[in-house]
Design a protein around this ligand. Structure first.
Ligand code: NAD
Length: 418
């Protein structure tokens, strides 16, 4: 499967192989489990505001369709490639299976810099992408959601374009859309709140007091900012945050409410006066109790894994820790890792709730949403922790084993067609 070759895809495959060896998955089942079922690459020409025509590359990968439709985010970032998207789709599969959702994993993306595009250009790009994807998506086929560089507005354009094509309104084609269009209460905050909930569980597990704990958050977008606010509400002091342009540090704690206003005006955390500047590299190595990478993949590598100084590593981003870094962290049992497929699962869980609400045209209160979310997370956390302790394996290996085993069993029971 050379078309997927990319460092992040190799990393996802390496993780899969470790689990497959551990679970003694037969050789003839491995490729079927590992490689994506379908993928689509499209060229997206749009007219830019200056009258020129620019062509962007768009991708969508559906990893497996054994348990239901596929589900996964849509990413706008200059580095998006087919291989990166395939890796993210594979992780979505294990995440959905770990949390018991009736989905396979998917992911999509457009290689673009969303900050360099106007709102009109972003809308034309999103609508063109949706139009090209129409034969490939559907509420019972593949359902998109926001990811890096996309948001509720992006989902609203997708829903509108798809609905114009079908001739009637289809809210269940995307999740993470505005509540006014059939979005779920609590979806926007779900990933970050879920991350904070699991950090709270991890603090109990390692015997840490929230009121005395400090946190560092890399990435101050949807997931990072909501995580930071939720941690602050639990009593944790957030001492450093960052975005793509740089970071901030204040040992006395950052005033997140003031920072939020500043970011709304300037679109970056950089320049906020009540903290000192710090680079993203340095930020990851700060001494803290809780470290939350909430930006991109492959941030904790063999270069800095020995230098991180936290007690809890909460992987809010997808794939922030490489297998080489994992090997180093395994020699550091003082660090409790909440692996990505568990840590950021709150987003897809509430996406699932949104899809269910849309299909039934029957909407829940925010309290119902959060209550159901925390129950699912609690169950997944307990199962992962129990397996990790019982079998003396890392939390990541436990979480991946639970997810992969469920997909493997489903494939086995369905059999091989024809
Ligand atoms: P976002 O676009 O809202 O925010 C991303 C943040 O990361 C921004 O602050 C951006 O400036 C920052 N960033 C980008 N490159 C960076 C770099 N090199 N160093 C430091 N910061 C950088 O995206 P998001 O939705 O918050 O997603 C963040 C991560 O969480 C991604 O890995 C995504 O796949 C994962 N995730 C998101 C959701 C969701 O519901 N949005 C669900 C599960 C996982």
């Amino acid at each position: 499967m050379e078309i997927y070759d990319h460092p992040t895809f190799r990393m996802a495959c390496q993780q899969f192989d470790l689990v497959a060896d551990r679970l003694q998955i037969l050789e003839n089942e491995r490729a079927r489990l590992k490689f994506p079922k379908r993928s689509m690459t499209v060229a997206l020409p749009i007219r830019c505001d200056d009258g020129s025509v620019q062509v962007f590359s768009g991708y969508r990968v559906q990893h497996h369709l054994t348990l239901g439709p596929t589900k996964g985010g849509l990413r706008y970032h200059p580095d998006v490639t087919l291989g990166e998207v395939a890796a993210l789709a594979m992780w979505m599969s294990w995440k959905c299976a770990l949390t018991g959702l009736p989905y396979g994993g998917a992911k999509g993306g457009i290689s673009c810099d969303p900050r360099a595009l106007s709102k009109g250009e972003l809308e034309r790009l999103t609508r063109r992408y949706t139009q090209e994807m129409i034969p490939f998506i559907g509420p019972q086929i593949d359902v998109m959601a926001p990811d890096l560089g996309t948001n509720e507005q992006t989902m609203a354009w997708i829903m509108d374009t798809y609905s114009m094509h079908t001739g009637y309104t289809v809210p269940s084609i995307v999740t993470g859309k505005p509540v006014a269009l059939g979005g779920s209460l609590g979806r926007r905050e779900s990933t970050g709140r879920g991350v904070a909930y699991l950090i709270n569980r991890a603090m109990d597990t390692v015997g840490m007091n929230a009121g005395e704990a400090t946190a560092v958050v890399q990435g101050f977008g949807n997931v990072g900012s909501v995580t930071a606010f939720s941690l602050a509400k639990y009593g944790v002091k957030v001492v450093a945050v960052s975005d793509a342009f740089g970071g901030l540090f204040n040992a006395n704690g950052i005033n997140l409410w003031e920072l939020e206003k500043f970011v709304a005006e300037t679109k970056s955390v950089v320049g906020f006066k009540e903290a000192d500047p710090i680079s993203n590299e340095r930020l990851l190595e700060l001494k803290c109790d809780i470290l939350v990478p909430a930006a991109l993949e492959r941030q904790i590598t063999e270069k800095n894994a020995a230098k991180i100084q936290c007690r809890i590593l909460a992987e809010a981003a997808n794939g922030p820790t490489t297998p080489e870094a994992d090997a180093i962290l395994e020699q550091r049992p003082e660090i409790f890792i909440i692996p990505d497929i568990l840590c950021n699962a709150g987003g897809v869980i509430v996406s699932y709730f949104e899809w269910v609400q849309d299909l039934q045209s029957f909407f829940w209160t925010e309290t119902e949403v959060m209550d159901k979310l925390f129950r699912i997370l609690e169950h997944a956390f307990t199962q992962t922790l129990t397996m990790s302790r019982k079998e003396k394996i890392a939390m990541r290996l436990a979480a991946l084993s639970l997810g992969i085993k469920r997909v493997q069993e489903a494939k086995k029971i369905r059999g091989l067609f024809p």
